[in-house]
Design a protein around this ligand. Structure first.
Ligand code: GN1
Ligand code: MG
Length: 358
C-alpha cells in the first residue's frame, strides 16, 4: 500500500506525534504489519491490517484483546517497565480499538523499542518462557469478562480433521494424489489424537483462557534475553491448556524449521521439552488438574499433528489460508510437521516419566 494511504489510516487513531514513515514489519502468516515511525519524542507505533477473512468478528477480537491487556496491566501494577511488558492498543478517533476504511480493518498499538526475537532457543530461555506462559494463563484465570472464540473451533482437533476430510472429498486443487500417503498416516492416528475433545465431553477437561499461538516468534525479549511479553493476541480465547504448552514446543523443540525441506533437520529436542515443562509447571502447577498435567505429553504431540493437518488441508484446498512463498510450500510445511510429530511420538514415554517426576 502507498505511504499516503497508510498515513491516512494512521491519522484515524489517537496517536501522539507526526508520522515520518510507515514501513513493513515482521513476517506473520495471517495479518499484515507495519511500523509507524514518528517525529521527535513521540513513541513509534505498530499498524496492523487485521485479516478479516480469518477473524470475521473484529469487534469481538478487539474487545477480547483490550480486556486481556487491561487485565494483565492491572496484575503488573507496581512493577517496573509495564509499558514494555504488556501491549498497549490505541483507540481510533471514535473510541473504538479498530478502524474500518470501507474495505479493511486496522488497529494500532505502541511499538516496544529495543527488543529482540528468540534467535536461539536454549533450555534456559525455554524454562523462562514456560514460566511466562504459565503466568499468562494464571493471570487470565480471573478475568472478569467472558472472552469470545475469535476463531470458532480453532484448536479443535476433531474439527481440523473434519476440514481435512472435506478438503480430500472436494480435492479442489487436484493435488490429492501426491499426498495420499500423508492423509493415510494422519487418519491412522486420528482416534488417539482427538482425545482432548473426548475428555472435554466427559467433563474431565476444562477450558481456560489461553494464548493459542505460542510460537517462539510471538514472544518479545529484552536484548539481554529476558522475556518481556507475549504478542499476537488475536487467538487469545478459551481453550485447553494444551494449546499453549503444545504450540510452543512445536516451534521451540523443533531442531529444524517449520517449513524445513530437509526432514533430517527436524527432530524433537527433549532438553527443551524438559526445561519448558519445568518452567510451565512452576507457574501453572497450582491451578492445573491432574488430567491436564498427565496429558502434557499428549499436548506436545498434538500440535505438530494438528499443524500437519491444517497445512495439508490448505494445500489440498489450493492454498487459501496460509500465505505461501512457492507452490509446494504448504506441503513442505505439512511434511516437516509430520516428521516433528513422529519424533515427539518416539519420546512419549520419556516425556511422561519426566512429567511424573516433576
Ligand atoms: C498462524 O499469525 P501466525 O503466523 O503467528 C496461525 C497459527 C499457526 C501458525 C503456523 C490465526 O500464526 O495457528 O500455528 O500460523 N494463526 C492462525 O505458523 O491461523
Ligand atoms: Mg504470529
Amino acid at each position: 500500500m502507498e505511504q499516503k494511504e497508510l498515513g491516512q489510516i494512521v491519522a484515524q487513531f489517537q496517536i501522539q506525534g507526526a508520522v515520518k514513515e510507515v514501513k513493513p514489519l515482521g513476517n506473520g502468516l495471517i495479518n499484515t504489519t507495519y511500523k509507524v515511525v514518528t517525529e521527535d519524542g513521540a513513541p513509534d507505533y505498530v499498524l496492523q491490517h487485521i485479516n478479516n477473512a480469518i477473524f470475521p468478528d473484529v469487534d469481538m477480537l478487539m474487545t477480547n484483546i483490550v480486556a486481556v491487556t487491561d487485565h494483565i496491566r492491572k496484575k503488573l501494577a507496581g512493577t517496573p517497565d509495564i509499558e514494555r511488558r504488556c501491549l498497549q492498543f490505541i483507540p481510533a478517533k471514535d473510541g473504538k480499538y479498530y478502524y474500518f476504511d470501507g474495505e479493511k480493518y486496522w488497529r494500532v498499538m505502541v511499538f516496544i523499542p529495543d527488543t529482540m526475537s528468540m534467535t536461539e532457543v536454549t533450555p534456559e530461555t525455554s524454562y523462562i518462557v514456560g514460566e511466562t506462559f504459565g503466568q499468562f494463563q494464571s493471570w487470565l484465570a480471573d478475568i472478569p469478562v467472558e472472552l469470545g472464540e475469535t476463531i470458532k473451533d480453532f484448536h479443535n482437533m476433531e474439527f481440523r480433521l473434519w476440514q481435512l476430510r472435506e478438503a480430500v472429498k472436494a480435492n479442489k486443487s487436484g493435488r490429492l494424489g501426491e499426498v495420499q500417503d500423508l492423509v493415510d498416516a494422519i487418519e491412522a492416528r486420528a482416534e488417539e489424537m482427538t482425545k482432548g475433545e473426548r475428555l472435554y465431553r466427559e467433563g474431565k477437561l476444562p477450558k481456560r483462557i489461553c494464548h493459542c499461538d505460542t510460537k517462539v516468534d510471538n514472544i518479545l525479549f529484552e536484548k539481554n534475553g529476558d522475556v518481556l511479553c507475549v504478542i499476537d493476541l488475536d487467538t487469545v480465547m478459551p481453550n485447553f491448556v494444551f494449546s499453549d504448552f503444545g504450540d510452543y514446543l512445536r516451534s521451540a523443540a523443533n531442531t529444524g524449521k517449520e517449513d524445513d525441506k530437509n526432514l533430517d533437520n527436524v527432530t524433537f529436542n527433549m532438553e527443551i521439552f524438559k526445561s519448558f515443562a519445568k518452567g510451565y509447571l512452576k507457574s501453572a502447577g497450582s491451578f492445573l488438574t491432574p488430567v491436564e498435567i498427565e496429558n502434557l505429553p499428549y499436548a506436545a504431540k498434538l500440535f505438530p499433528y494438528m499443524q500437519t493437518v491444517r497445512f495439508l488441508a490448505d494445500y489440498i484446498d489450493g492454498d487459501l489460508y496460509y500465505k505461501t512463498q512457492y507452490p509446494e510450500h504448504n506441503l513442505v510445511r505439512s511434511r516437516a510437521q509430520w516428521k516433528l510429530f513422529c519424533e515427539a511420538d518416539k519420546h512419549e514415554q520419556e516425556m511422561k516419566d519426566f512429567i511424573a517426576s516433576c
